[in-house]
Design a protein around this ligand. Sequence first.
Ligand SMILES: *Cc1c(COP(=O)(O)O)cnc(C)c1O
Ligand SMILES: [Zn+2]
Length: 390
Amino acid sequence: MRCIECGREYDENELRYRCDCGGLLEVVTDLERAEDVFDGKNVTLWKYESWLPVRKRVSLNEGGTPLYRLSNLERELGVELYAKNEGANPTGSFKDRGMTVGVSKALELGMDKVICASTGNTSASLAAYAAKAGIKAYVLVPSGKIALGKLAQAIIYGARVVPVKGNFDDALRVVVEASAKLGVYMLNSINPFRLEGQKTIALEIYDQLGFVPDNVVLPVGNAGNISAIWKGFKELYEKGITDELPRMIGIQAEGAAPLARAWKAKKPFEPVENPETVATAIRIGNPANWPKAWRAVEESGGLFESVSDGEILRAQELLASREGLFVEPASAAPLAGLMKLLESGELDRGESYVLVTTGHGLKDPNVVVNRFTLPKPIEPTLEAFREVMK
Ligand SMILES: *Cc1c(COP(=O)(O)O)cnc(C)c1O
Ligand SMILES: [Zn+2]
């Protein structure tokens, strides 16, 4: 592991999540060992084992998610448009990529208890992989602010679900202290092994497309995923498998947009006190990985943007009703952001875009059913139905 701030290196089996200087750590990949397996066939996460830093394997057959061509929206927007449908993972979000590697690492380190703070999907995923590994999971969630489907998942997989009075950032603070003092292995995204799993989104996009897209657009919450995907593309480049890199476009919700705000104002990063948005998966005011995410966007020539809850819900409806793709609100933020940035001219219509749709729509059914009301029931007769069809 290497510190991204001071460059100091640590053994991969040392139990630590940050450098002594306070900087974030990243796993240094052994690119000598990484194999060129990119033939477009049998895509699954563990196809890229030679790019991953673990030898044990706790797996639920994650990854290998579909890359859809969004042919209907493409015509309207005038761009080449794809969606990497991460809702197709075993627990319905990309978090499974991080957890298959992270929980495998926990076993390699001999840990029998794992912990995370979560806006929902991290806890669902950690709970499932801990169940598979036969170890104990503690998940700390902001009380009352977690989507129904995600809560149900964490409970039924058998995790100890601990509601915390406060928001995600408060819960994460407790988790960081617990991991330092109580002998539990932390699997939030400041754990660099999780990001190794998540970098396979980049490897899969390249494998499935056969080329590197001009732009990758994704929602940004705690800012781990954008950092992980950028790392994946950079490693493909450094290994000499591709000679192209995408622009990384990070989309935040207006009420939880510390990165987009700092980026656009060209000001230093500052956390947001009381983050609020319908997109609960990105309702984070103090993204722990912000320095990595900032570099990803800067190095790639990308940008951060924010979108309103209204724009997010409109994009969620568009993905479902035009493309048959039902995603949770956070996962619709990339389409909302793309539409906004095409409109403003900050992004080009002549380019290719991959939206990372991070989680399944059924995670958060209330957002939909609260928005739309069903019509009154009809009499069970053909006449009544004929009226409906008029
Ligand atoms: C976790 C999550 C995000 C945010 O990812 P970060 O790595 O925290 O930036 C976005 N969408 C969904 C559905 C998520 O579960
Ligand atoms: Zn350091």
